[in-house]
Write a protein that binds this ligand. Structure first.
Ligand SMILES: [Zn+2]
Length: 84
């Protein structure tokens, strides 16, 4: 299993085995975020979806969630517009 130096927790840890999201963002997460931090984000995202009343099926809500995801995982802002 691939190991990554995680941008969020700063340790070398197990990475994800497959992109959790489509497109460049999913590849970035595989390359830079460990599985523990991804699991932590998953829990946080469910809390946020409920708290903020976001609808992940809605493209604008999904973009909002991705912005929060980048802040949470300490990924730099998107250079390209995410799609797919
Ligand atoms: Zn981590």
């Amino acid at each position: 299993m691939a190991r990554v130096t995680c941008v969020r927790c700063g340790t070398e840890n197990e990475g994800l085995t497959a992109p959790p999201l489509g497109g460049a963002l999913g590849r970035e997460i595989v390359a830079r975020v460990c599985v523990d931090c991804w699991v932590a984000w998953r829990d946080e995202s469910f809390r946020l979806i409920n708290h903020l009343g976001l609808k992940p099926a809605d493209p604008s809500d999904r973009q909002r969630l991705y912005v929060i995801l980048r802040e949470y995982l300490k990924l730099p802002a998107a250079a390209e517009s995410p799609s797919g």
